[in-house]
Design a protein around this ligand. Sequence first.
Ligand SMILES: [Zn+2]
Length: 111
Amino acid sequence: MNSPIWMPPSQGLFSIRSAWEQIRDTSQPLPWASTVRFKGRYPRHSITVWKAMLNRLSTKDRICRINSAIDAKCCLCNAVPESVDHLFFKCGFTSWIWKAILWRALIEHEM
Ligand SMILES: [Zn+2]
């Protein structure tokens, strides 16, 4: 079993960055990473998209794995279990919001 070992940087001071550089896996970059991380991005948006891509957002389907007493239905349409896929691509309510945004931005897109 491999255990991460923190090696102090040349200055000898601990930093979050130096610890992260020691434990992160750099062997295979994610093919969509440049879509999420780019110059001029809003960090909060990037983190949200990153979490969505890895299915790590705190959606009700994930929360129910920890606490099954929670109602898993979508808080917007209350029809089906809330998941990343449902919230971003299948929910009728969010679909209506996306259509309104596209309409206001004068973008024609079939959903
Ligand atoms: Zn919904």
